[in-house]
Design a protein. Structure first.
Length: 473
C-alpha cells in the first residue's frame, strides 16, 4: 500500500528542522573553539612579549640608581620612590611567638588599629656625638648665674661694687708696671699676691673672689719654637732586597761593559788584551800552543803575574795613609752637638787620682771620644769633680769606663787594695744643655773650694760643684 503525500510533507519538515538545529549546535561549538584558540593565541603573544622585554632589560643591564640631593632614590621623572621593608619571621618558633603576641595585644576590650606595633628587631645604636661648644655654653650659663648672685650680694653689703672693682684693677695695673720697671722694693711675703688682688672683693683672700672683674677674653701666649728642635728627618733611601741588589749590580756592570765595547767599536779606545789563563791557553793560542807549549805557558804565567802586580798597585794607591786613617776615625767619632749637648757630672774619691794610670785613662778616653770638660781637684775637699760634655755615644762609652771598667780599689805600688767602704766613683747628674761650657778636656787643681767655685762660675756651671758636694753615695 502506498502512503499519502500529505503525511510525507510534515515528516520532511521535521527532519529539516532537526538538521538545522544540529547545524546550529555545530556552529556554536566551532565559534567556542575559535574563541578559545584566539584567547590562547593572545595569551601566548603576551608571554612572548614579556619574555622579550625581560631579555631586552637583561641585555641592557639593570635600571640605573638615581638619587636626589638628599640621597633618596628617585625615578626617571624625579619622583621619590618609597621603599618599605617588612620584617618577616622565617622560623616556626618566631612565627608562633608573633601570633601569640598579636593575640595578647588584641585581647583587651579596646584596640586601636592605628597604633604602631613595636619593631621585631632592636634598633641599632648610632654614635651620639656632642656638639662643639656644648659644655662651654653650660659653663658660661653657670658662671653668669654666679655673677648675678655675687652682684646681688655685693649690692646689699658693700654698696657700689663696680667702683671697688675699678680701684682694684687700677691698683693691679700699677703693680704690674712697677714690676716691669724693676721698682718693686718690698721683698717680704705679702698678705695677698698682686695678680690676685684685682679679683678679690676687699683686697684679701678672706673676702672671697670678685666675679665682676672677669670677662670672656682669654690671653693666648705666643708659641716659641724650641731652640733644640732638630726638625723633620731627612728622607731615607729605599731599602733593596738581596735579589734586587744583585740585579742592580749586574745591570750597572753590563752598562759599563757595553760602553767600553762601543768605544772600542768606534775606535776611541784600543782593544783590551785577552785575559789568558792556564786553563784556556790551548783554546786561545790554538796551533801555536801545540807547536811550543812550554814557551806559551811561560808567556801566560808572565801575563798573569803582571795582572796581579797591577792589581796590587791599584789597591795600594787607594789605601789610606796613616794620617788619613786617623782623621777618618776622628771624623767617625765626632758627633753633632750643634742643637744640644749631653752633660755628665761624676764624683770621684780624691785618693784614687793619686794613681797616674787612672788619671791617664780619664784624660785619654775623654780626648779619644771627643769630649770636653774638666777634672777639678780641690785641696780642701775629699772628692774630685769630673765634668764631661759631648754626644750621647761618647758619653755612654765614658760612663761605662768610669762606673764599670775602671778598677778604683786597686793600688799602684802596694800589694793591698783599698777597703770596701772607700768612696770610688758615682754619677751625680746627667742631662742636656744647649751648648758646651768647655772647649776641651783638662785637669785643674786648686787649693780651696772658693777657687773651684770661681773656676766653674766663670763658665756658668757652678751648680755642678754643689751637685757633687750634696751627692750621697
Amino acid at each position: 500500500m502506498f502512503k499519502n503525500d500529505d503525511e510525507e510533507v510534515p515528516q520532511q519538515a521535521s527532519s529539516i528542522e532537526s538538521k538545522k538545529a544540529k547545524l546550529a549546535a555545530i556552529r556554536k561549538k566551532l565559534a567556542d573553539k575559535n574563541a578559545l584558540l584566539e584567547k590562547l593565541r593572545l595569551k601566548k603573544q603576551a608571554a612572548q612579549a614579556k619574555t622579550a622585554a625581560a631579555a631586552k632589560a637583561q641585555a641592557s643591564g639593570p635600571r640605573p640608581l638615581l638619587l636626589d640631593d638628599e640621597g633618596r632614590e628617585v625615578d626617571e621623572h624625579g619622583n621619590v620612590i618609597q621603599s618599605r621593608t617588612t620584617i618577616v619571621s622565617t622560623l616556626k618558633a618566631n612565627q608562633r611567638n608573633d601570633i601569640r603576641d598579636g593575640q595578647k595585644k588584641t585581647r583587651g576590650r579596646v584596640y586601636d588599629p592605628r597604633m604602631k606595633m613595636p619593631a621585631a628587631e632592636r634598633k641599632k645604636r648610632s654614635f651620639n656625638f656632642i656638639e662643639p661648644g656644648k659644655y662651654v655654653r653650660i659653663s658660661k650659663r653657670i658662671r653668669w648665674f654666679q655673677q648675678q648672685v655675687q652682684r646681688d650680694n655685693a649690692a646689699d653689703t658693700a654698696g657700689d661694687g663696680v667702683q671697688a672693682a675699678a680701684v682694684n684693677l687700677a691698683e693691679a695695673e700699677l703693680q704690674m708696671k712697677m714690676k716691669r720697671k724693676g721698682e718693686m722694693l718690698a721683698r717680704e711675703i705679702p698678705a695677698i699676691e698682686w695678680w690676685d688682688r684685682p679679683f678679690t672683693k676687699q683686697g684679701s683672700y678672706e673676702s672671697g673672689p670678685d666675679y665682676t672683674t672677669l670677662n670672656v677674653y682669654v690671653e693666648h701666649p705666643i708659641q716659641l719654637k724650641p731652640a733644640a728642635d732638630p726638625g723633620a728627618p731627612a728622607p731615607q733611601p729605599l731599602k733593596l732586597t738581596k735579589v734586587e741588589q744583585k740585579k742592580l749590580r749586574k745591570r750597572i756592570r753590563q752598562e759599563k761593559q757595553k760602553e767600553k765595547y762601543d768605544r772600542f767599536i768606534l775606535g776611541l779606545d784600543e782593544a783590551p788584551e785577552a785575559k789568558v789563563k792556564i786553563k784556556n791557553m790551548m783554546r786561545v793560542y790554538g796551533s801555536e800552543a801545540v807547536q811550543d807549549p812550554t814557551q806559551i805557558e811561560a808567556k801566560v804565567r808572565q801575563e798573569m803575574m803582571e795582572r796581579q802586580r797591577r792589581h796590587e798597585e791599584r789597591n795600594q794607591a787607594r789605601k789610606l795613609t796613616p794620617e788619613e786613617r786617623s782623621a777618618k776615625k776622628r771624623r767617625k767619632m765626632r758627633e753633632d752637638t750643634s742643637l744640644k749637648t749631653k752633660v755628665a757630672v761624676y764624683r770621684v774619691g780624691k785618693m784614687h787620682l793619686a794613681d797616674p794610670r787612672k788619671k791617664f785613662k780619664i784624660d785619654k778616653n775623654a780626648q779619644q771620644l771627643n769630649l770636653s770638660g774638666c777634672c777639678l781637684l780641690c785641696g780642701t775637699s775629699e772628692f774630685a769633680v769630673v765634668i764631661v760634655e759631648g754626644g750621647p755615644k761618647g758619653l755612654r762609652k765614658y760612663k761605662g769606663l768610669l762606673l764599670r771598667r775602671m778598677k778604683w780599689l786597686e793600688r799602684q805600688d802596694e800589694d793591698t787594695d783599698f777597703p770596701e767602704g772607700t768612696e770610688t766613683c758615682a754619677l751625680a747628674w746627667e742631662g742636656e744643655t744647649l751648648k758646651a761650657a768647655f772647649r776641651n778636656f783638662a785637669f785643674y787643681a786648686c787649693d780651696t773650694e772658693l777657687e773651684a767655685r770661681k773656676y766653674l762660675e766663670d763658665r756658668g756651671v757652678v751648680q755642678y760643684f754643689d751637685m757633687c758636694k750634696n751627692h750621697n753615695n
